[in-house]
Design a protein around this ligand. Sequence first.
Ligand SMILES: Cc1cc2nc3c(=O)[nH]c(=O)nc-3n(C[C@H](O)[C@H](O)[C@H](O)COP(=O)(O)O)c2cc1C
Length: 469
Amino acid sequence: MSGERPAVRQAGRLAGRLVALGVTGSIAAYKAVELLRLLTAEGADVVVLLSPSATRFVGPLSFAALSRHPVETEVMDLLPDGRIGHIVIADSADAVVVAPATAHFLGAMANGMAGDVITAACLATSAPVVVAPAMDGDMWTHPATQANVARLRDAFGYSIVAPASGPLASGQSGVGRLAELPAIVDAIVAAVAASPVRQPDPAARPPLAAATPREADLTGRHVVVTAGGTREPIDPVRFIGNRSTGRMGVAIAEAALDRGAAVTIVAADVSVPLPEDRARVARVETTAELRDVLLDALFEGAAPAGEARFDALVMAAAVADFTPTHPSARKLTRGEDLTLELQPTPDLLAEVARLCRGLDAEGAAAHPPVRPAPVLVGFAAETGSLDRAAAKLRAKRVDLLVANDVTEAGSGFGTDTNRVMILDAAGGRDELPLLSKREVADRLLDRVAAALDERDTAAQTARMQEAQR
Ligand SMILES: Cc1cc2nc3c(=O)[nH]c(=O)nc-3n(C[C@H](O)[C@H](O)[C@H](O)COP(=O)(O)O)c2cc1C
């Protein structure tokens, strides 16, 4: 299967460390791209900050692509989730390295001036700071520069990786060249050596870059996605609803479409546009309607045995667990005493899983299972601990369960990001960092596509073995 796999980090001297790399407006700024590569080769997760001058020398694209984090360039810009980028970096980095560091940076920093993302992050961090200056020889030897360097080293405790001697951009020769990159890497390793590798909360770290496009690895697959929140009528104008906007489900549907799948969306109440031109869309309101439409989409009215009409089902809709037992046919008026009697709704995910696996309500074999076995994915919105998720996965007999804590900042309803844990039937748990919903969708579909490939390979092998008998 193609597409992105969870990153396998090489063990290195910076494994488990988050290094913030600040790049300022020096002619040597291009060398920072190679420095970033060396740091990631040592196992570091690197997030890059560029001063506005540095962006005149090197664009953020290479840094973003290599670091897999958005690059911070503007001190006044907020992250998409509203957090302040340079503070997030300052708080979560294990080390900050400024390489190359201009004379201007040294002066601003020595005086505590936080006019750009790099000086602001350095001021706000309690992590060790490594500074590798690079400049013209006369700029380096100027008393102002030397005084600033001395202050950073002696008063602030920064590690200074002194510039080397050699040809300079001016055409002259002298001291001012950026130090050799391995020496800068060694200084960072030394700076963090005393502190233990932390396990910081992924949600507190800088966000990852936007999703990388996947190949069309779901071509020929039929993926059914439920999205949005159901509404259970109390009377003709009122309902019991929930906060789901449908963003996660729609992100999954769009990702599946982009990967070549034929997609059916069963949409309850959604507040985002649906890809109606590319997908088959059925709209529903209540959980009961969702059940009818879903069973029809999955089994097309036929008995749920025999050949599967879909390859994967992702139940991302937030369905009501309770519905009013006796919804009023007329609008309830003020002044009436009102006690709502609620009854539980059917557990759709468990029901579909049971039908696909050929089981009756008691879990006993009732009819042949649907073949080839579709991949069934459930979502579990929890508040607080995700401990119940594994039990839910087993109880509902699904292949994958995506659990998230909807009370966590940046996670759950109405946000563009989500932090989820994907559990599988084999007991595996994949705790993803805070990601865009599109990236969560693609990571989930990586698993779905892999499971479908495995399923087909196993079936192929079984057929070949059967033929050889
Ligand atoms: C072509 C060019 C090369 C430069 N190289 C350096 C350099 O190597 N070191 C330095 O201190 N300043 C250098 N400067 C000047 C800085 O870019 C300038 O002082 C800028 O304000 C630095 O801003 P920053 O520290 O916020 O990135 C260079 C300027 C130009 C036009």
